[in-house]
Design a protein around this ligand. Sequence first.
Ligand code: AMP
Ligand code: GLY
Length: 465
Amino acid sequence: MGRESGSIRGLSPTPLGLCAVALGRRFRVHFPAVRIFVIGAGGREHALVWKLAQSPHATQMWAAPGNAGIAAERLARNGSPVACVPIGAEDLPRLLAFAQDQKPDLTVVGPDNPLALGIVDLFNEHGLRAWGPNKVAAQFESSKVFAQQFMERHGIPAPKAGVFTVARAASRFAAELGGRCAVKADGLALGKGVIISHDMAQADAAIEEILVKRAFGAAGAQVVIQELLAGTEVSLHALCDGTSAKLFPTSQDHKRALDGDAGPNTGGMGTYSPTPFLTDAHLAMAYRDILQPWLKGCAAEGIDFRGLLYPGLMLTKDGPRVLEFNARFGDPETQVYLPRLENDLVELLEASVNGTLAQVELKWSALASVCVVMASGGYPGSYAKGKPISGLDAAAALPNTKVFHAGTTLAGGQVVTNGGRVLGVTAWAASLRAARDAAYAAVEQIRFEGAHFRRDIASKGLKPG
Ligand code: AMP
Ligand code: GLY
């Protein structure tokens, strides 16, 4: 890791930077050049860009639309900046036109929406290589009905559930569960399509909202109703190449807005990796019970999943259950995984696209990492934008620390807030406690009006005392 942070500093135009350039030249023969186009604008995409930029393969990078942090990254091989292109991540025609013009060797798709819209299929049809699942494979995330039924077809441990298009039948099933259920809109709903109910009044209100009032539009034409499970939630990540899958270490997100898992659900307020309560034996079991049947099921149904599968698990007293699948890197899980990853990310994503992952071994540092999300006041509800952010340089000067930008932009040379989740302040250290302390020390350096963040990130992984 020390080596990694050394090479990160070497990215600035200093003698170390020149050293990185010289190294790049020396090794150019062994590192075929790869020009990379990253799609997305969040903290996950900043982490991806940061890690890809460290690769001696990367010779040119663009991000659409990117953010202020992404725009500040430099490539290790030649010091060139990452160009942010003002095209939205869902504007497929303009993304395609840009890619046809610039001809990147690899397009890396961060968010779920362009994947669900079929960006990988579209790019492939035009002879462009793209990393991420195709439209059929992206259904693991874009359709909760598809994901639930797939799990049932292939014996993947999942909550007991039913699929409904009619409110009365949905309500009857919810009643069988005593009203204790998760009511889920089938389609993508900006992370808001899941309503947790503890009694029949809440369940009926949720069914009415999603299925009848169509609060999430067409995404709510069908609902999945799952039994409400109790336990500890963890995130799994597996890189896949169509036939094999490589499991990452464990991590845990904090989805509620406030300390002690109170307040509304958010996109994720902070993460840490690894989670000490999950051992290698647990991971091996998760591979056997979840990934193996998932791979077999994909093969049986002709689903060619090349990308990142991210099952959200509930560890119940009866064993792990898959609550949902995502078909992309987690945000902010990526921010804690990538500082621990010792492989070259360009090579890994290439292997994922090429179907050669079986020949690759994932290597992880033994360090722990923690990411604390700093959000705009009001998030996940409405919030103001354009608030100047101070202290970023002071935070960046801290060792083994990286401030990943999520909702930021530049206004007159000043970094300002531009989204709900603004920054993912990340640190790594020999122990989880030290990583947690380092992340919060960096958070203390940063100020913007209305900033809020949880103070208990990683506490579930730390023994009391
Ligand atoms: P999902 O987008 O399906 O992961 O749901 C969002 C959040 O709702 C999850 O992170 C869980 O906290 C919660 N959740 C979803 N399904 C269930 C379930 N069956 N039982 C308990 N909690 C759930
Ligand atoms: N960590 C939450 C998400 O990526 O959906």
